[in-house]
Ligand binder design. Structure first.
Ligand code: SF4
Length: 342
């Protein structure tokens, strides 16, 4: 056998090992073996380069399964991603998320270099409010603490007193001694918080999530009639009007925990972004995840291809940066939130 033939055989063998690995992880979410072979060259290159450069890839649950299972070091909800970034020994973090989540990791870990494979990946909730809107709100309600949801721009976070995710928003609202609180920009979440905290006056905003705003009570009622044994779990960005028709409403982490905590239930309808059901199909092959899901067009702007480009190029096109004034003020709000919950 010539040296060239031997090298080609080695590459083919490595490709088969990688395709086998991918198929073992992705078969339950509809990837055929041929699909895994197709993405093998790119997942192999990404995994080799990230190790060589000492970088960590963090992916939100709403990414596609080829990212969460194929290349991510960790796939988590927003709060989990921040915790992983902090814990990581690497100072170079690639965030497979929309820009606002990548920015929040930079705010929580200002000493690290953070990259986003597509900085055009926005968010309908984040786009609904500006820093000047927050200044106007604070002027109108000068004594109310200003609580920003994680899907806001860095400028909005810099104007805020606290920064929360769906995993800790209830804890933060509960810990604040104030009766009147500003919470923005997700309208469904502020409505739900007002219902849950009867002793508080939560002043909200009218931001809506294009994913979670897609669902209607009629759809869910119809679904429940056809699948009475399926447990329906709503993300807290879904309108609270729908909550009485399901078993749980909460953040992504709470939805995942519910599945783990209910081994007696065979099927679930995860009323949220499709990525979460895909993840659960892969990790819980004994359960059924049914019902329609909704794709986030912004999260899906991150791909294997632009993640590879981001890995290869450490230039400003991918690095998450903002002025030191914005970074300092937003970091103070983040630290204040942590202190409140400590
Ligand atoms: S799912 Fe909704 S809140 Fe999350 S990034 Fe997409 S549009 Fe924004």
């Amino acid at each position: 056998m010539t040296k060239d033939n031997q090298q080609n055989n080695e590459i083919e063998n490595q490709d088969i090992v990688e395709a086998d690995r991918l198929h073992g992880l992705l078969a339950n979410v509809g990837f055929r073996y041929e699909d895994c072979l197709d993405i093998t060259p790119i997942t192999k290159e990404i995994n080799q380069l990230k190790d060589e450069y000492g970088r960590v890839i963090l992916a939100h649950h709403y990414m596609t399964p080829d990212i969460t299972f194929g290349i991510a070091d960790f796939a988590e909800d927003a709060l989990g991603l921040i915790e992983q970034a902090r814990r990581s020994k690497s100072n170079s973090i690639i965030m497979c998320t929309v820009l606002s989540l990548a920015e929040c990791v930079k705010i929580a870990c200002p000493e690290k270099t953070v990259f986003c494979p597509n900085k055009q990946a926005g968010c309908s909730v984040a786009d609904s409010i500006t820093a000047s809107d927050v200044r106007a709100l604070k002027k109108k309600y000068p004594n109310a603490p200003a609580v920003a949801y994680i899907t806001t721009t860095a400028e909005v976070k810099a104007e805020s007193d606290y920064i929360v995710t769906s995993a800790n928003v209830n804890e933060v609202i509960n810990a604040l001694p104030d009766q009147q609180i500003l919470f923005y920009p997700d309208y469904s979440m502020s409505t739900s918080l007002n219902a849950e905290f009867a002793n508080k006056d939560i002043i909200g905003w009218d931001g809506t999530c294009v994913v979670h705003d897609n669902y209607t009570a009629e759809q869910v009622v119809q679904f429940k009639k056809q699948h009475p044994d399926t447990h329906v779990l709503f993300h807290s960005e879904v309108s609270p009007e729908l909550y009485p028709h399901g078993e749980l409403h909460g953040g992504t982490k709470a939805m995942l925990n519910y599945v783990d905590d209910h081994p007696e239930v065979d099927s679930f309808f995860m009323v949220t972004e499709c990525g979460l059901s895909d993840r659960l199909r892969a990790t819980h092959p004994d359960k059924k995840f049914i019902g329609t899901c909704s794709l986030c067009p912004f999260m899906k702007m991150i791909s294997l291809e632009n993640t590879l480009e981001c890995l290869k190029n450490t230039d400003k096109k991918y690095e998450v940066t903002f002025s030191s004034d914005i970074l300092n003020r937003a970091s103070v709000a983040y630290q204040r939130t942590e202190k409140l919950l400590a």
